[in-house]
Design a protein around this ligand. Structure first.
Ligand code: UT7
Length: 330
C-alpha cells in the first residue's frame, strides 16, 4: 500500500507587493532582485487579526470541496509552518476548528522551508501502515509577520501563501515511492529567529533589537542550499534508477532561481520540466511546493514521475520521489 496525493488546493492572499513598491521602501532595485533571486512580486496577507491559519483554512476548505471529502472523514491534519498563529496551541488545531474537522487529531511540524516534505513523509507512514485513510498535509506561512521591511537582504525574498494536499491509500502503484530527508542543526547560525523562544523570551529589549525577524546570512545559506538540494535530488534519482528523461517534473522549493536552475542542471532537466513560480510568489517557505503542484495540477497525469526537493533553515533538506495519482484538474 502506498500513500498518494489525491487532491491539491492552495491560496495566496490578494495584496501583491511588487519589486517597484519595494524600491520605495528600501535601497534596492527591480534589476537587483530579479537577477539575484528571480522574484518580481509576492503576495502579502493584510488585515488585522489574520494569520497563517486563515490562509490555510481557505486551502483546506477548497480541498475538501474539490475532493468531495466531508470534514468528519479526515483522520489527521499536519500543518508545516514556521509562522504559527501562536506558539501554542498548534495552528493545525486552529485550522481543524475553523474548517469543522472534528474527528481528527492534528499537530504542527517545524522543519523551516523543508517542512512540507517532512510532513508529507510523516503522513505517508500513517497511510502505508494502514492506520489512517484520509490525511491532510498543509504547508502555510505568513512570512510577512516575521520579516523586517527595513532590511533589504530579507524583505525582498519572502511572501505569504498556503497549500494543502489530501493523502489517501493507493494500491495501483501510484503515490509516494521513496524519500531522503536530512537535517543538520549546525546551520542554525546562518538562518534563525533570535528571540521569542525559550532561550530568549520576548522582552522590550528583543523587540527594540529587532530579534523577532528572520535573520539570514544569505551567501552562506546559498552555498549549502545549492549543493545539498542538488545532491539529494541526484541521490534519489540514482537510488531509484531514474534518468532525466524518466522525470515529468521537478518541484523545487522556491528560494532562489539560481538554486533551482543549479538543481535542474545537475539532474539533467530542461526548464520545461521544472515547476517555477518564484517570480510571482517569492519564497513562501512551507507554501512553495504545494503552490507549485496546485498551479501545475491540470498538466499532471497519472503515473508521472515527480521529484520534490527542498532546503531550509535548520539546516533541513530532502527529496521525495512520487508517482502522480490522477489526470488533470480535480
Ligand atoms: O528558503 C530557505 C533557504 N534560503 C535560501 O536558500 C536563500 C539563499 N540565499 C540567497 O538566495 C541569496 O544569498 C540572497 C538572495 C539572499 C542574496 O543574494 P546574493 O547574491 O548572495 O547577495 P549578497 O548577500 O552576496 O550581497 C551582494 C551585494 C552586497 O553588497 P556589497 O557588499 O557587494 O556592496 C549586498 O549588500 O548586494 C547587496 N544587497 C542588495 N542590493 C540591492 C543585498 N541585498 C540587496 C538588495 N538590493 N535587496
Amino acid at each position: 500500500m502506498k500513500a498518494a496525493i489525491t487532491g491539491i488546493e492552495a491560496y495566496a492572499p490578494e495584496y501583491i507587493l511588487t519589486n517597484q513598491e519595494l524600491e520605495t521602501m528600501v535601497d534596492t532595485t527591480d534589476e537587483w532582485i530579479t537577477t539575484r533571486t528571480g522574484i518580481k512580486e509576492r503576495h502579502i496577507l493584510k488585515g488585522k487579526g489574520l494569520g497563517t491559519s486563515d490562509m490555510a483554512v481557505k486551502a483546506v476548505e477548497g480541498l475538501l470541496k474539490k475532493t468531495n471529502t466531508s470534514p468528519d472523514e479526515v483522520d489527521l491534519l499536519i500543518c508545516a509552518t514556521v509562522t504559527p498563529d501562536m506558539l501554542f496551541p498548534a495552528t493545525a488545531n486552529i485550522i481543524c476548528d475553523k474548517a469543522n474537522i472534528k474527528n481528527a487529531f492534528s499537530y504542527d511540524l517545524n522543519a523551516a522551508c523543508s517542512g512540507f516534505t517532512y510532513a508529507l513523509i510523516t503522513a505517508s507512514k500513517f497511510i502505508e501502515s494502514g492506520t489512517y485513510k484520509k490525511i491532510i498535509v498543509v504547508g502555510a506561512d505568513k512570512m510577512s509577520s516575521i520579516v523586517d521591511y527595513t532590511d533589504r537582504q530579507t524583505c525582498i525574498i519572502f511572501g505569504d501563501a498556503a497549500g494543502a494536499v489530501l493523502l489517501e491509500p493507493s494500491s495501483n502503484g501510484y503515490g509516494i515511492i521513496d524519500s531522503i530527508l536530512r537535517s543538520d542543526g549546525f546551520g542554525k547560525v546562518h538562518l534563525h529567529q533570535k528571540a521569542g523562544g525559550s532561550v530568549k523570551p520576548s522582552s522590550h529589549e528583543t523587540v527594540d533589537n529587532k530579534e523577532h525577524f528572520v535573520f539570514q546570512e544569505g551567501q552562506a545559506v546559498f552555498k549549502f542550499a545549492v549543493t545539498h538540494m542538488a545532491d539529494v535530488s541526484v541521490e534519489i534519482m540514482e537510488k531509484n534508477g531514474l534518468k532525466s528523461e524518466d522525470i515529468a517534473y521537478l518541484v523545487p522549493h522556491q528560494a532562489n532561481m539560481r538554486i533551482i536552475d543549479a538543481t535542474a542542471r545537475r539532474m539533467g532537466l530542461e526548464r520545461e520540466k521544472v515547476m517555477i513560480n518564484i517570480q510571482r510568489y517569492g519564497n513562501t517557505t512551507n507554501g512553495t511546493i504545494p503552490m507549485c503542484l496546485y498551479e501545475w495540477e491540470d498538466k499532471l497525469k497519472a503515473g508521472d514521475n515527480i521529484i520534490l526537493a527542498a532546503f531550509g533553515g535548520g539546516f533541513t533538506w530532502g527529496a521525495i520521489y512520487l508517482k502522480w495519482a490522477y489526470n488533470g484538474k480535480k
